[in-house]
Every structure is written in structure tokens, then in C-alpha cells.
Design a protein around this ligand. Structure first.
Ligand code: ZN
Ligand code: ZN
Length: 456
């Protein structure tokens, strides 16, 4: 029995492997032909070529068109509900009937056996965006879409344990009869059904066979390319996966890929029941029919934490793009006498222990210049906070921008609401900033600063 190597730390494993194993030489025009994977090149070029030529010479009947769409979903679900969510991620349990159903339909998508596919996909999740990710999105859109199959891989994918799949009867059965299953499911069945049903063997062969296969291929390939390129990162932005409805429409519901990479064991890709995810609906229906059980759902509380983190991150960016008032730690400490002396030379006003230079504002004051002039060299705190006029939050925010000093002993309380402008009361702080001894809201209360500064 093969025991997978123990990988204690993924980061170390990645850098260690990249350092100690040599990649194959880079692809150049000289080695290009010998570095192609010719089997995949043949499959991925002959299918679209046969589709175009066949469709040009074959009339499309509406029965065959409908059947082709149905067969696209049938074989596509073999990949999304079977290969991907059942086998690669074990996001639910399926009874034997459903397992055979998905193993057979998945073979019709011609994307390799369950075991080979799941091994690569587990490495993709574990080493996302690194060179050990077989379809590393960092190598570009076309590489992650299909380039990784057309070229011989430069490196072996990172280790991923698939011992559970090696034990599965159905996975082993599919692996053993894979070639036969491909021929049967991708060409024989889609030809025979239209032939017996409405006498259109040729249409079935071309449209439900080749054209449908071409669509299934590129639909699934979009999960590695488009889903790592188009859309938003509402749950985490550490890696490239994104959420987008367009990707979901192209991939039978696999387009909520940012969610999926954060919570890969969840049977859903789109968390809201109405969001387009036919794979999730199919699995849910199978549960209602008693064919599937133990559908895994990540706790909503934890999902929302991811969302909140990203929302706060965006708000923090906005916060950092704005100018903020000087902190008491950054301002000179001024005695009452020095304040008096300097107020005789320029318009200084004391509010909540902070000295403000209002020279640029005297004439703009909506209540009139004389109200400001009256308080030059005085403590205007009571007047500002309602004694004369209860100023708006915006006025308080603006006033704080005019700080030039702190009155010695002038700020009595650490968390005096009036000393903190409204815009700063809900400010987003990183954890490290909160525990810092220099955090602004706690620093000035017990400051015993004998040195006297000069107003800036
Ligand atoms: Zn991905
Ligand atoms: Zn996945």
C-alpha cells in the first residue's frame, strides 16, 4: 500500500520542493514539438475541428438540439457533481446507484479518469497559485484554461492524498474500463438515442457527440481559467479565485470559485439557494430522492466572518485614503500661559484640550466670524458642544483638522467622547495597533510631560 508522504507545513513544502527539484527546461521554439502532449493535442483540436466540419454539413433538427443540451448537462454534471464535488472534495455521500450514474456520465466528458482528475484537483486546491498547482493561474489565462494539458508539465503537481479514491470500487471500476466508457458515453449513446428516437443518427453523432463534447470541455476548463480571473473576492483575496455569475453560467454553477476555494468541502458553490448553481440543485434533489446523504455545509457564522473581513479591508482602504487629525502624541504640549501669549498673535481656540489654529476658517464660519473671535485665547469647549450652538459631526471633524497643540493637563479623560472627532470613533484598527502602547486613545491621559513644546 502506498502511504502518502507527510507534509507538515505547506509553505515550507512548496519552497522546499521548488528549491530541491529541478523543473523540465523551459519551452522554446526549438523544443516545442517534443514538449507537446500529442494525445491531448489530438483530442482538443480534432473535437472542435470535427464539430465545425460536421455542423456545416449536417442539418440540426430541434429534437437533436434539445437532446444535445440535455446531454451537455448530463455529462457536465458527471464532472461537477461527480468528479469535483463528490470525489475530489467529498462534500456529500452518494449511494452506489448515484456513484455509477456519475462515473458513467463523467466518462462522457472525456477529461480523464476520476482518480487522475481528482489527484490534480486536490493539488490545485492545496498549492493554489504556486508552481505545484498543475493549472497555476499565475501562468496566464490560456495556460490555466488548456495550455497545461497541451504541454508536458514542467513539474510534477504537489503531493495530494487520493488513497480514499484508490479504495473505492466505483473509482477503480471506472479507471479499469475507462477507454470503453469514453467511446460508449461520448459517441455511441449520443448517436443511438437520436437514431432510435427520431431517426437522426448523424445529427446525434455530430451535435450530441462532437459539438456537445467541445462545449463540455471548455465549460469545465473555464473553472480553472475564467474562475481565477473574472469577478470579485468576497470571502478572501489571498489567492486568485473569483466569484462571477458569468462563470457560473458557463460552468454549470462552478463560478462562485472564491467561496469554493475558501470552503471546498461545502456541497454548494453559490450559498444562496436561488443563485445559479445547477450542480448544487442536482445534489439537493438527489438527497430528496434518497440517493445522496450528509451534504456538507460550512457554518454560516464562519462564512460571514470571511465576508466581514473583506468588507472591513475595503473600508480600511477608504479610511487610509483620507487625511486624519494629528494625534495628541504628535502635537506639542503647551502651557496655559504660552497659549495666552501665542493667541495674542494668531487666532487660537481651545476645544476639548486641543489648541486649534482657526485662521483659515474665521471668515468662513457659518455662525459668523464674531463668534470665533470672541473665543480666541479662551476655552470654547462648552460653547462648541451646545452652550452656544451644538455643532454637527462634520463641524467637529473639520475642527479636529485644525489642531496645532495640546494644552498641558487639558485632556482629563482617556476616552472623552468630545476629544475624539465623530469620524474617528468607529475607526478600523488592526489588532496589533490596538495593543500598541502608542495607541492614540490611551496615550495622552496619563502623560506627564514636563517639556513644553512650541506650536506647530
Ligand atoms: Zn480553482
Ligand atoms: Zn474544487
Amino acid at each position: 500500500m502506498n502511504t502518502p508522504p507527510v507534509v507538515p507545513d505547506v509553505e515550507n513544502y512548496v519552497s522546499h520542493t521548488l528549491k530541491t527539484t529541478k523543473p523540465l527546461p523551459p519551452i522554446t521554439w526549438d523544443n516545442f514539438l517534443s514538449e507537446l502532449n500529442w494525445l491531448n493535442v489530438a483530442i482538443l483540436t480534432l473535437t472542435p475541428a470535427a464539430s465545425i466540419i460536421g455542423a456545416y454539413h449536417t442539418k440540426l433538427r430541434w429534437e437533436t438540439a434539445l437532446f444535445s443540451v440535455f446531454y451537455y448537462f448530463y455529462t457536465g454534471l458527471g464532472i461537477t457533481a461527480g468528479y469535483h464535488r463528490l470525489w475530489a472534495h467529498r462534500s456529500y455521500n452518494a449511494g452506489k446507484f448515484l456513484q455509477y450514474f456519475l462515473a458513467i456520465s463523467g466518462a462522457g466528458a472525456v477529461e480523464g479518469s476520476i482518480k487522475w482528475w481528482s489527484r490534480g484537483h486536490r493539488a490545485h486546491h492545496r498549492y493554489t497559485d504556486t508552481e505545484l498547482d498543475p493549472y497555476n493561474a499565475g501562468e496566464g489565462f490560456w495556460f490555466s484554461h488548456m495550455g497545461w494539458m497541451l504541454l508536458k508539465p514542467r513539474r510534477k503537481p504537489g503531493v495530494a492524498d487520493v488513497s480514499d479514491l484508490s479504495k473505492s470500487d466505483v473509482v477503480r471500476w471506472q479507471h479499469k474500463h475507462y477507454i470503453l466508457l469514453i467511446l460508449l458515453m461520448s459517441f455511441v449513446v449520443p448517436t443511438v438515442i437520436p437514431w432510435l428516437g427520431w431517426g437522426d443518427a448523424r445529427g446525434g453523432y455530430v451535435y450530441a457527440g462532437f459539438v456537445r463534447l467541445c462545449f463540455v470541455h471548455h465549460s469545465t476548463f473555464c473553472v480553472n481559467s475564467l474562475a481565477h480571473w473574472l469577478g470579485e473576492s468576497p470571502f478572501d483575496d489571498k489567492h486568485s479565485p473569483r466569484d462571477h455569475l458569468i462563470t457560473a453560467l458557463c460552468t454549470i454553477g462552478e463560478g462562485y470559485h472564491n467561496f469554493h476555494h475558501q470552503f471546498p468541502m461545502d456541497y454548494r458553490n453559490a450559498i444562496k439557494w436561488y443563485q445559479y448553481d445547477p450542480t448544487k440543485w442536482f445534489i439537493w434533489v438527489c438527497q430528496q430522492l434518497g440517493l445522496a446523504t450528509h451534504l456538507k455545509v460550512f457554518p454560516d457564522n464562519e462564512v460571514r466572518k470571511g465576508q466581514l473581513t473583506m468588507q472591513l479591508k475595503r473600508l480600511r482602504e477608504t479610511q487610509e485614503s483620507l487625511a486624519w487629525p494629528s494625534d495628541s502624541n504628535d502635537l506639542p504640549v503647551i502651557s496655559w500661559d504660552a497659549y495666552q501669549a501665542q493667541a495674542a498673535k494668531r487666532p487660537l481656540i481651545l476645544v476639548s484640550g486641543f489648541i486649534h489654529d482657526v485662521a483659515s476658517f474665521v471668515d468662513e464660519h457659518p455662525g459668523g466670524a464674531h463668534f470665533i473671535i470672541k473665543y480666541i485665547g479662551k476655552d470654547a469647549s462648552t460653547a462648541f458642544f451646545g452652550g452656544v450652538y451644538d455643532h454637527s459631526n462634520a463641524a467637529h471633524n473639520l475642527l479636529a483638522m485644525k489642531r496645532v497643540g495640546v494644552l498641558h493637563g487639558g485632556i482629563p479623560l482617556a476616552v472623552d467622547d468630545k476629544a475624539i472627532p465623530p469620524s474617528q470613533r468607529l475607526k478600523i484598527a488592526r489588532y496589533a495597533e490596538l495593543s500598541s502602547p502608542y495607541a492614540s486613545s490611551t496615550a495622552y491621559s496619563d502623560r506627564d510631560d514636563d517639556k513644553e513644546g512650541m506650536l506647530g
